[in-house]
Every structure is written in structure tokens, then in C-alpha cells.
Design a protein around this ligand. Sequence first.
Ligand code: MN
Length: 465
Amino acid sequence: MAKKLFTGGTVVSGAGCRKADVLVDGERIVAVGDCPEALDDPDLERIDVSGKLLFPGFIDGHTHMDLDVSDTVTIDGFDSGTRAEVAGGTTCIVDFATQNRGESLAFALEHWHGKADGKANCDYAFHLALSDWNESVSRELGQVVAGGIGSFKLYTTYDGMVVDDRTIYEIFSRLKELGGIAGVHCENKGIIDARLVQVLARKGNRKQVSDYPWTRPALAEAEAVNRVLNIAACVDTPVIIVHLSSRQGWEEVCRARQRGQKVYVETCPQYLVMDQSRYSLPDQEARRYMIAPPLRGTEDQEILWKALADGVVDTIATDHCSFTRQQKEAGREDFSRTPCGMPGAEERPGLVYHFGVGQGRITLEQMCRYLAENPARLYRLYPRKGVIAPGSDADLVVWDPEAEWTLSEKTQQSAADYCPLEGTRLKGRGEQVYLRGRLVARNGELLEPYTGKYVTADTKEPIDF
Ligand code: MN
């Protein structure tokens, strides 16, 4: 592959923006700044990016591709799911490989490689979601961490996945020994299950989606956040709260941090730009917005934006978990049977730029941290990923801050047959997306399929941010 010199652009990092040329040789960045020696190279391809921003390829630290859940399978596998990611500027995802009960960790990982390998359009790493805990799984965890998986997922709800408090404690303890970290889905299962029964008792059915958010209140999130943080404090280990959605959950995080606890926090664009009024749409439409935790109120949105502005949330990930309108119909007679989740892979960078940077809520540097640098550091892909620096993978997004585009099911790359923000006009877009030096997407269209590779976390190094 010839050398490429990106000239005239503004390079964005978490620390600042500067005008600089970027020289790429093959799959790696070799220089940032003046590159006079490159100009003599007859094979050099010059790419004029004047007026554009250069971001490190974005990283989506929370995806569910090809996931078996709610008696169905997400409509986006690694193929269409990563097509959507790369079309929007994301060059690496961290997907949740999942251990179903009774499975060894080796089996679960092999299963996930079977889903992903050869089908990905961007690079991919794995977290491992644990649902079964015993001596043998605990032993196996050592090999898994040594093999380059450093982040794990636990659920405090969902029948097939929930782990009890003792298990959470034991897993946190084992991960502390091994240098791993857990991200936790925080919602109190008891409150949710009891309220589902209450809705049925009161109404005789569970058809009305407008009752859905009441069954998963913010206090159910806050209770689980508080409990998980206290367990982590007992173990004396850091923890990640994934997809934080509410003021009440956020207040628990603040309290723990005031006590000196290390807590990483992830939120998602859907909690920033959509609210629970969507559940009052006609049921068929409202089901498309059923995610867990549910969309919250506008006050929650403002608190999350403020936390992002203050630099005290760490990452913005999608929780991309997509279903078709037909799949969502499984909840027609009972909303609790609706597969929860929505697509968001392609629009994440555009939404964060338009509603965050464009509307003055966060800075370009913060966008870079939340979408690239911080997930790379937290999941130990840094500095290979998440930064434009010599030696890093040449994952680059040429961002056109002036480009306007419209979100639509008709043009999106996800296989979902609806777009949650259909018709929303955005300013700012990834114009060209380079994956390890190759131009793989332009203006939302995939150019080169299946060039994604599996990447491992550098689990020998501690998490240091
Ligand atoms: Mn999720």
C-alpha cells in the first residue's frame, strides 16, 4: 500500500486541536506534523483535507451484534452492524461475547468468533458477558484475561443473565486478581418484576407501551448502581456503569466518587437526544423505542449533557441492539415480550457532533475523548486505537463539519427497517473513513467490505486513566 499524506486538516485529540499533516505508511500512522521527507516519495498519495477535521477512528464500546435474545436474534449481525458502524466513522467496536448458562468461557468465545470472523467491516474486540459462575469458570477466567480480553459484563436483571450479589462480589474479586474490569447493567430486577405483575393486575393486559417506563423506574437503576458500587467498594476495585440513563443513577455515581471510589461511566446518544414521550406514541411505533433502561425525561437528558460538559462521564457508546418492526411485534399482546434495543451505530458520531459540539454543549476535544480516546484507554486498545499518533493504526475519520445529511431508514446501513430518528437533519459527517490505512467508507457508503480484524486488549498493562 502506498504512503498517504493527509494535508491541510485539523487533527483532533482529547488534549486539543491543531493543524497538522498526517503521514500514513501501510496500516500505520508514521508521522503527525511536517513531513518534508515524504514529499520526495514518488508513490505518495496526497489527500487534501483542508477545512476538514481529522478524528481518530471512533470506537463503539457497547454493541450487540448477532445476539440471541428474547426468543429472536438481533437483525444486525457483524456484517450489517459493522457496515453501519464504519459508515458513520466507527472503526472498532467492542462487542459483548456472551456466556450462556452452562457454557465454558472458551466455548462462548469460540461461538462469538464464529459469528464475527470474516464478516466484520471494522475492527472488533470482545468483552465477555458472564452468566454462570463456579470454580471452573473462575479458573478459566485467568486464560481469558491472558488471551487479551480484559473487560466483562454482568447483569443485575434479565432471567437468563442475572447474577446475584455474592456472584458479583466473587467476580469482582477474581477480576481484581487478574487485572480485569467489569461493566454492569444496573437495574433492580425485583422492582421490575413486581411492577410488571402490577400492570397486569390493574389493566388485565400489558398492551400499552406507555406503561413500560413505569416498570423500569429511574430508582430501579439507582438502587442497582448503588448496590454495585458498594460491592465494588467492598472489593476495592474500579467498575464501569454502562448505559447510565437517569439523574438518580447519576447521583449514586457522584456519591461514590465523593467517597473516593473509581467509577467509569458510559452513556448513550439515545438517552441524550430522545425522551420517554416516545412511549406515548401509538403502541406499534412506541415499541421501536423500547430499550433498557428506558428513555427518560428531559431533566435526565440535561443532567447527562452537563456531566459530559464537565468531563465526568467517560464514554458514549451505542448499545446497538437492533430489531425489525416485525420482531418488535412480539410484544403486541404483552409489551414485556418486546425485544428491547434499537439501532444507533451509524448515527452515534453524527448525533454527538450535531447535538453536542454543534449546539455548544461539549467541545471537539470532549467528543474525541468520549467516542475514541477514552474507550480505547478503558478497554486497553490505546495507543493502537483512539489516537492519531506515530505508531498507531491508521484509523482516521475525515470529518466534514459543514456536511448536512438526514437520518433515514431508506439510506441507513443497518438492517433494521426503521430509523429511530427518521427525518432528523444533522450537520457534520464522517466524509471518508480509513481503517488501517484503507479507505473503507465514504459519505455513509461502504466501499470495501470485510476488512475488519479481531483485536485484543493489552491486558498486561493496567487501566491508567
Ligand atoms: Mn447492552
